[in-house]
Design a protein around this ligand. Structure first.
Ligand code: 5RP
Length: 235
């Protein structure tokens, strides 16, 4: 494991302190969430009664292979804790997500969760969102070039490709990565994007994290609003 993977693993292990004794867990997507799902698989093997709601087909396959019982994809769910990674995190706990093209399902699961814990390594922290990452925007295929024109009022949209073809999300839509530069008002931009017809969901997650666990080389810190240092009882 290299240093970056070790930090992701450390963040994932730290998130276990935020889990109830048993209950429903939202399972994120990406390389950091992958470590978390591995840890949950271990706990299930040891007899803990967790059920999961995965946010992508990739996470579903991993959880199934580890024997984690899963709830039906239709919902409705009452999720105790959602744990997921992020591409960029600002000091006010706004996030850019969707590097793995799963942000629509992630936002649905995030919204259905009582507590939201984000796990990242230090490389994900920014002063202003948009400094290093574009904002992924999931768009339905019908009229996507017109939707892209509308998006160009807010930044420079670039259609995400997989080889020669546009990348498809698990739901069959396309992704535009919207290059904005540093974002002055992430809450406002999230709202503006949601008003464009054809936009399914953006990767801006504002006011959607209770705690962000940040792992560096050898250290772990927690950024949080209204969430005690450890455990659900503190909220
Ligand atoms: C997937 C996501 C991921 O959480 C995000 O891309 C971070 O991934 P990683 O942990 O691999 O850095 O939003 O849609």
């Amino acid at each position: 494991m290299n240093d970056s993977e070790r930090a992701k693993r450390r963040a994932a292990e730290e998130a276990l302190r935020y889990l109830p004794e048993s209950g429903v867990l939202g399972l994120g997507t990406g390389s950091t969430s992958r470590h978390f799902i591995d840890c949950v698989g271990e706990l299930v093997k040891q007899g803990r009664d967790f059920r999961g709601v995965p946010t992508s087909e990739q996470s579903r396959a991993q959880a199934e292979a580890l024997g984690i019982p899963l709830l039906a994809p239709e919902g409705p769910w009452k999720i105790d804790v959602y744990v997921d990674g992020a591409d960029e995190v600002s000091a006010d706990l706004c996030l850019i997500k969707g590097g793995g093209a799963a942000h629509t399902r992630e936002k649905i699961v995030n919204h259905a969760s009582r507590h939201r814990v984000i796990i990242v390594d230090e490389s994900k922290i920014s002063v202003r969102l948009g400094e290093r990452w574009p904002v992924p925007v999931e768009v339905i295929e019908f009229g996507h070039l017109s939707t892209a024109q509308a998006l160009s009022g807010l930044g420079r949209p670039v259609l995400r490709m997989k080889g020669e073809l546009p990348l498809r999300t698990d739901t069959g839509n396309v992704i535009y990565d919207l290059h904005t530069g540093p974002i002055a008002d992430p809450f406002g931009l999230e709202r503006e994007l949601s008003l464009i017809p054809g936009v399914v969901e953006s990767g801006l997650f504002c006011g959607r994290a209770d705690a962000v666990i940040v792992a560096g080389s050898g250290s772990v810190r927690v950024l949080g609003v209204g969430y005690g240092e450890v455990g659900l009882a503190a909220k």
